[in-house]
Design a protein around this ligand. Sequence first.
Ligand code: HXC
Ligand code: NAP
Length: 293
Amino acid sequence: MDFTAKMLRDDALKGKNIVVTGGGSGLGKSMTKYFLELGANVAITSRDLEKLKTTASELEAETGGKCLAVACDVRHYDQVEAMLQSVLAEFGSVDVLLNNAAGNFISPTERLSANAFDTIIDIVLKGSKNCTLAFGKHWIDSKQASSVILNIVTTYAWTGSAYVVPSATAKAGVLAMTRSLAVEWAKYGIRSNAIAPGPFPTKGAWDRLLPGDLKDQFDLAKKVPLKRVGDHQELANLAAYMVSDFSAYLNGEVITLDGGEWLKGAGQFNLLEAIPEEMWDMLEAMIKAKKNS
Ligand code: HXC
Ligand code: NAP
């Protein structure tokens, strides 16, 4: 089996209109490409319109799908409302909001200015809230029968993580929003779910989380029980399923896609992996010898 193969049938997202925030680069771009291949119309949004236009033309040429570039800084509610109106004007309706835009960098927390902390909270938590609120109000007012919110979080949304504290704080809030609205907005036909990816190399993340030779010093693949990082198509396959009608009963769930990474860090005795195979006979004998002593 090839884990980089495309999973869903060709028409799985036919007729769906999807908005991907931060869709001009990295994982947002990879998910957008697969959504287009599956027949969706996709609007990609971020702060950099030129980058978005380049990505949209590239993906349209590659997939034959329709990809709309709309500038929008998710930190500003008025820009989010304007982005939604542009998408509605072009597509007529919108079915899926994928909150993927994020900001992050490593830093000891005490070195951060108040503005630095706010910047990450504003992009990740306030940005996801702004999009969720604007799209949710629209769906509820227009009595749309079914719609989907998919949020990209990370596994440290529940474990926390040193050196990326604003991001961990914000992603935890996004996860709480996902689960809360899954219940509250189900009556309007709105499903809310999240994906928590492990390490999936992208320029945006690696430049800010593993700058310089940190990428060689801290090889993230080594932290993963499956001994590799994720492939973008693996994430795109899961995201496509979660925004499709095949997942109509999936609501309030966070699906971890990390090769077992966070659990390896969590299990108290996982460090025993370092023990060579040949030592286990001796250890077993030592333990059994204590039985009646
Ligand atoms: C300390 C920093 C800093 C750093 C910026 N600041 N970088 N402080 N260490 N490395 C401070 C600035 O000095 C400023 O505070 C404040 O943060 C805002 O910085 P600006 O550059 O003015 O902000 P802005 O132009 O809005 O850029 C936002 C950004 C930038 C987050 C700082 O990196 C960005 O555009 N990121 C978008 C893409 C991204 O981050 N992708 C990675 C997502 S990866 P002062 O006080 O000086 O004004 C991810 C992975 C999760 O989320 C899990 C991985 C396994
Ligand atoms: P990325 O390429 O840097 O993606 C982040 C995107 O967010 C960019 O396209 C950026 O575009 C956009 N963005 C940033 N600030 C914005 C703002 N204020 N308004 C609108 N858009 C904004 O990094 P990535 O690795 O693909 O990350 C994508 C998502 O995956 C993020 O939610 C991240 O937390 C999550 N994630 C990634 C990994 C990983 O290993 N890569 C692991 C776990 C979770 P502009 O700069 O053009 O605005």
